[in-house]
Design a protein around this ligand. Structure first.
Ligand code: UDP
Ligand code: MG
Length: 327
């Protein structure tokens, strides 16, 4: 019998070749929760007949996260890790992880158990039915403030209004992707990454499953409002040039209004004669036009800045150490 799998992954039960699934976990300062995460995941995957790889990406943690991962690897050869040279943020950490996936499919999960491992078997089932991208949609989010839920809700609606590809609402990065999808994602080497959008861009057959998002098991969220606003602007500007068009429309509209007003003023001056008062309207029009111009320049700047960042074509990340089965 001939296998096209590397002998390392070859485990057969009753002559069947087991497929390998990589669980990809970006981690940044997760020492409090990473062991609990590992135990919970192992409980689930020990019950199913697949080969597993648990691939941690240590995103420049400043605590004991890496040491804990190394200790896990010593006890469990299914654990592998990529140690990045510094903190790059979750988006880049996921990209680094995808580059090192050895499995036939990958499941991307947060380390804080907000993405329940109990969903893993369901995802695999759907994958076996032939879906390329099985994503988990939140039907509720516990332990998150009203403001965070509300702003996230508005953002997803806005983004889907603005961009041409449909971006799944209320969906995180928690999903299973097959080889086809992984290889597609790996081709995006842009440094300004909005991975949730990339999942939509690649297309393929998608399947949605619903879940209740729990609170963080331990530790603190790494996000603050500034980071979230940054990600939101990233999401919009990397996916659509609609803001530029809106600026053009507003410019056109105010220009038209100004032109009509100009004709009115000129005619009135010709007919009624020169009239001095008008200081208030003059100043408010100046301020209004001025601020619109500044907003326009700001929007333009966002795109120019992005062009600047992408044209440098810098490497996405550097690796301090990789331990795993990828050649
Ligand atoms: N994360 C990361 N790099 C960062 C920030 C976060 O790899 O710079 C990881 C983090 O360890 C976690 C996941 O991304 O596994 C989600 O982070 P977090 O739980 O803080 O975000 P939230 O769930 O609050 O959106
Ligand atoms: Mg979280």
């Amino acid at each position: 019998m001939k296998y096209f799998y590397d002998s390392k992954y070859l485990i057969t039960t009753g002559g069947r070749v087991l497929k390998t699934i990589t669980i990809l976990v970006p981690c940044y300062n997760e020492e409090e929760v990473i062991n609990i995460f590992y135990e919970e995941v192992v409980k689930i995957i020990d019950k199913i007949d697949y080969n597993f790889e648990i691939l941690f990406v240590n995103d420049g943690s400043k605590d004991m996260t890496l040491n804990k991962i190394i200790a896990m690897r010593i006890n469990d050869s299914r654990v592998s890790y990529v140690d990045l040279s510094r903190n790059y943020g979750k988006e880049i950490a996921m990209a680094a992880g995808l580059d090192h996936v050895t499995g036939d499919a990958v499941i991307i999960m947060d380390a804080d158990l907000q993405d329940p491992p109990s969903l893993i078997p369901t995802m695999i089932e759907e994958w076996e039915k032939g879906y390329d991208d099985v994503y988990a949609k939140r039907s509720s989010r516990k332990g998150e403030s009203f403001m965070k839920k509300f702003t996230s809700h508005c953002f997803y609606r806005l983004l889907s209004k603005l961009s041409k590809v449909e971006i799944q609402k209320d969906t995180g990065d928690f999903r299973l992707l097959n080889r086809k999808a992984i290889d597609a994602l790996k081709q995006f080497r842009e440094s300004g990454r909005y991975t949730k959008g990339l999942f939509s861009l690649i297309g393929f057959k998608k399947k949605e499953i619903l879940f209740d998002r729990d609170e963080r098991a331990a530790g603190k969220t790494k996000w603050n409002y500034w980071k979230l606003i940054g990600l939101a602007i990233e999401g919009i500007t990397t996916f659509t040039i609609m803001p530029l068009r809106i600026a053009t429309f507003i410019g056109g509209f105010t220009g038209l209004f100004a032109f009509i007003y100009m004709i009115y003023i000129v005619l009135r001056t010709l007919i009624v004669g020169v009239e001095l008062p008008g200081y208030a309207s003059l100043v408010s029009i100046m301020l209004f036009i001025g601020s619109i111009q500044l907003v326009g320049i700001g929007i333009l700047g966002e795109y120019v800045g992005r062009i600047f960042n992408e044209t440098k074509n810098r490497p996405l990340y550097f690796i301090n150490k990789y331990e795993g089965d990828k050649e």
